[in-house]
Design a binder for this molecule. Structure first.
Ligand code: GTP
Ligand code: MG
Length: 382
């Protein structure tokens, strides 16, 4: 007969042995029960951002051609907003996209403009790819400054910004562009059939071969927004933006997603904006996220305040704040493998990632953890 005390010791002994056997034989079990992890779970974090483990092998197509022609494709397109005068810069960006990625993956392109594209523009652009290319006209209602904007107030604001040397501070077309990318591009008829998009600006550089399909990664992992560079916004362009966001949050607390990325945009749980934003000249995103009821309501709310014209609200802070509030933090993705430059900053992959992509950027020229970058804040979310 065993005494009750002996039972307890025996059972405890079995539990402890099992724990050690499992810790050594099952990595995940070990990770899940380590002390640092248990304490992290209390903070709601794992200590590792999702990109840290790299791209799963099954996504990669190392051969020159996605052979056999890519079995699986996402419903996705490139989006390029451009003037006819942007032709050379767009050709530069697009040729690199073709060489580094798209000649293998064959995603279509949609070019948008508030004026008709010239024949020269269309000919030179379509000559660069075998993939379908469409050219769309933007409706006047979606592009130009609305009638209800007080033009005198807007003019005064622009003049003041010119005096203060705010970049593009005096430009109305630039404001139209920011407002269009904030609230309208995803409603263009040519984009209705697509779910994912990749935005490209003129004169950008892609440094690395991309042997996997970022759209499929977005789709499979239910991501809504992807970036490569993040940084601080100029305060002078958004003096009242955060107050407006706070007003919206106050009126719509139910629209703020649990497990969001508020920590990326605010250091004090939303009291003030730290000015961090994802640099929107590169975006891989889910069009349905913008088209959804929540974002539409948010955009309308911002738009009726007039800040796109009375100030110079950028689509980058608007998209970033929305992604941070309305998506789960895991749904925002850092595309670490995509070496990218839009003057004057670049993301150059480091170490094995640099090698894997055969990147040609200088790894020492990398914005990731420079003082003006916000990537550390993104990392800290996890
Ligand atoms: N159709 C059209 N496209 C525009 C207009 N202004 C800007 N764009 C496009 O909108 C995108 C962003 O404009 P950019 O001039 O690159 O703005 P930015 O990246 O903030 O500034 P840069 O540092 O000069 O590149 C680019 O794709 C431009 O081609 C415009 O008035 N009409
Ligand atoms: Mg640009």
């Amino acid at each position: 007969m065993m005494t009750p005390m002996r039972y307890v010791v025996l059972v405890l002994g079995i539990i402890i042995s099992l724990h050690f056997i499992l810790s050594f034989s099952h990595e995940d079990y070990g990770k899940a029960t380590s002390f640092s992890n248990i304490s992290n779970q209390f903070k709601g974090s794992t200590g590792r951002p999702p990109y840290a483990d790299g791209v799963p092998e099954e996504y990669r197509h190392p051969a020159d051609v996605a052979s056999p022609p890519q079995e699986r494709k996402a419903n996705a397109t490139f989006v390029l907003l451009a003037r006819n005068s942007d032709l050379n810069g767009m050709a530069t960006s697009m040729k690199q996209m073709e060489d580094r990625f798209n000649k293998k993956f064959q995603y279509p392109y949609v070019f948008l403009n508030e004026e008709p594209f010239s024949d020269e523009f269309k000919e030179r652009i379509t000559a660069l790819t075998d993939a379908p290319v469409e050219f769309g006209l933007i409706s006047k209602e979606h592009w130009y400054q609305p009638d209800w904007i007080d033009e005198q107030k807007a003019t005064e604001a622009r003049e003041q910004m010119v005096k203060n040397q705010v970049i593009y501070g005096g430009s109305v077309p630039y404001r139209n562009m920011c407002r269009y990318y904030s609230g309208f591009f995803f409603r263009h008829p040519l984009l209705q059939k697509y779910k994912y998009y990749w935005r490209m600006d003129p004169d950008v550089t892609f440094f690395c071969d991309l042997d996997y399909d970022p759209f499929l990664l977005m789709q499979d992992q239910k991501k809504v927004y992807g970036f490569t560079i993040s940084l601080y916004e100029y305060e002078a362009t958004i003096p009242t933006l955060w107050d407006t966001v706070k007003e919206f949050m106050g009126e719509n607390p139910d629209l703020i997603t649990e497990g969001n990325a508020m920590g990326f945009v605010s250091d004090n749980s939303g009291q003030s904006y730290n000015r961090c934003h994802f640099w929107s000249n590169f975006e891989i995103g889910d069009l349905d996220f913008w088209r959804g009821e929540t974002y539409m309501k948010f955009f309308e709310f911002l738009d009726q305040k007039g800040g796109f014209y009375y100030e110079r609200w950028g689509d980058a802070p608007v998209h970033s704040i929305a992604a941070a509030l309305f998506a789960k933090k895991e749904q925002i993705h850092f595309f670490n493998e995509i070496g990218y430059r839009h003057n004057p900053f670049q993301h150059c992959p480091q170490g094995d990632t640099h090698k894997q992509g055969k990147c040609w950027c200088n790894p020492k020229d990398n914005f990731d953890y420079e003082w003006y970058s916000c990537l550390a804040r993104y990392d800290k979310l996890f």
